[in-house]
Design a protein around this ligand. Structure first.
Ligand SMILES: Cc1ncc(COP(=O)(O)O)c(C=O)c1O
Length: 486
């Protein structure tokens, strides 16, 4: 309290002592400009002096222009304190570490071309919000909050909300994964799961194997953590196993052992390819031989439209511990929920649980509990059926339009929310400029490559577009390509 250290003496007039005290406090910057002083009644009671003494002190300060009164509101500090108001400009640029620089250099959101309302955008692969199952999710929210609001609004456990963990263990079990030696850590989406694993088990300058092209966010995390990236090409024929074997051999000869191999076997981003069961097994066996643990990204697994379900690589691992599976609800439900999970060996979960606690305590228990309610109510299965039909039709339509309108080297995509195109010697960034002028944008493929390649590739996300927009937009892209030759 500002007046608790004011010791009044019997020598000087009380109002002068109070006035001086207030002036000193203001000059030291302890009473900020325009802050409110206590009322004369409050202060007189607190200091146990007459109210007139306070009124006199305030009147003197007002006469000196140090304070001012506003009728009906109170008395405020007017004084401009020099030492407090003097400018203070920290040079945060000089304080930046390597990681903030890397994150900013790679932040494609900050270098996006300006949005216009008339654009047909194929850039995003986010789900279509118009399909969201708001009514059922609202029910789940009201149900959970009335059942256990007192619990889920309090601190929870770093590992996650137990009923959701149990649900996900049996969900993974239904995908063919033997979960008896496994456990789950709930994370803020796939992204945090990957970051937790890599920041826990890698050091700067370690090596990581991944597909090339790969998920742009994963590439950013690898670089953010200072990892050396060993990209293995994906083309029309899928993952280039010859290249993988050559690189593994080369690294081994140089005495380098990659810490992990990151792979998205189903509806890979950006190519949309699905690795067939034989190649999953081949990949698994190779990594086992070289003792390189696999990080399997299962983010899109549910969005298959025509092929029958393919078991995740984690299902080949049986009771071993060589596969760290990271799942996410971002594409099959709502990305704004930011809920994903790491499934791997129990002892690993027990170790990374502490990392999660250290970094962010836990994922919102409210969100986890509502999601659990939604999943276990049966609404999830119905919703997945609905979106598969919706996106499946859009996917087929977009694929046909690409075949019809876009001259290409090849088209990739077997599901998910996107299609990948390799053009015939056309730079996709130059193409983007032309298309932007005509009201169409897409994602240039180079952002997914780990070696400055892919300048003649692009990714089309179609989830939020109507059939008319899909056809119109793809035709404009095709016409723009043709205009390069004219
Ligand atoms: C390859 C891949 N993995 C995972 C995700 C989901 O990430 P998150 O759960 O952090 O939203 C995405 C989203 O686009 C992705 O493309």
């Amino acid at each position: 309290m500002l007046f608790s250290n004011l010791k009044l003496n019997n020598k000087d007039p009380i109002y002068i002592q109070i006035k001086n005290h207030i002036e000193i406090m203001i000059s030291k910057g302890l009473i900020p400009d325009n802050s409110k002083l206590p009322s004369t009644r409050e202060l007189s009671q607190f200091l146990n002096v007459s109210r007139n003494s306070i009124i006199s002190a305030y009147e003197e300060l007002k006469a000196d222009g140090v304070i001012y009164s506003v009728y009906g509101k109170g008395t405020f500090v007017n004084h401009k304190n020099e030492s407090v108001n003097k400018s203070w400009n920290v040079d945060f640029n000089c304080l930046e570490n390597e990681q903030i620089k890397i994150a900013n250099d790679m932040d494609i959101v900050k270098s996006e071309i300006p949005w216009r309302d008339d654009l047909i955008s194929f850039k995003s692969i986010a789900p279509n919000g118009a399909l969201f199952d708001i009514d059922e999710f609202k029910k789940a929210f009201l149900n959970r909050i009335s059942l256990e609001g007192h619990k889920i609004l309090n601190y929870g456990y770093a590992k996650g909300y137990k009923p959701l963990i149990d649900y996900l263990l049996s969900y993974m079990n239904s995908k063919g994964v033997d979960t008896s030696n496994k456990d789950i850590l709930i994370t803020n989406g796939f992204t945090e799961g990957l970051e937790i694993i890599l920041s826990s088990f890698t050091e700067k300058d370690d090596y990581i194997i991944c597909e090339n092209p790969t998920h742009n966010t994963a590439k950013k995390i690898f670089k953010f953590l200072g990892l050396n990236i060993v990209g293995i090409d994906i083309d029309n024929d899928g993952l280039n196993f010859n290249m993988l074997e050559e690189k593994l051999d080369f690294l081994e000869k140089k005495g380098i052992k990659p810490k992990f191999a990151y792979i998205t076997p189903s509806y890979h981003n950006p190519t949309g390819m699905v690795m067939d069961p034989e190649n999953r097994y081949r990949f698994y066996k190779l990594m086992k031989k070289y003792n390189i643990p696999i990080i399997e990204d299962g983010f899109n697994e549910e969005l298959l439209y025509s092929s029958s379900h393919i078991f995740p690589i984690a299902s080949l691992d049986n009771l071993n511990n060589g596969v760290v599976y990271i799942g996410s609800f971002s594409k099959i439900l709502f990305p704004g929920l930011r809920i994903g999970w790491i499934l791997c060996d129990k002892s690993v979960i027990s170790r990374i649980e502490s990392v999660k606690r250290c970094k962010s305590i836990h994922v919102s228990f409210l969100d986890q509990a509502v999601l659990y309610d939604y999943l276990s109510s049966g609404a999830f299965e119905k919703y997945v059926k609905k979106i598969k039909k919706f996106y499946g039709e859009k996917f087929n339509y977009a694929y046909e339009c690409v075949k019809k309108y876009i001259p290409n080297e090849y088209i990739l995509g077997e599901g998910g929310l996107h299609i990948f195109i390799k053009l015939k010697n056309i730079n996709s960034r130059k193409l983007l400029e032309k298309c932007y002028d005509k009201g169409v944008i897409f994602m240039p493929g180079d952002i997914f490559y780990v070696n400055e390649k892919g300048e003649d590739t692009l990714r089309l996300g179609f989830s939020r577009l109507s059939f008319e927009e899909i056809e119109k937009g793809i035709k404009i892209i095709g016409d723009s390509i043709n205009s390069f030759h004219n």
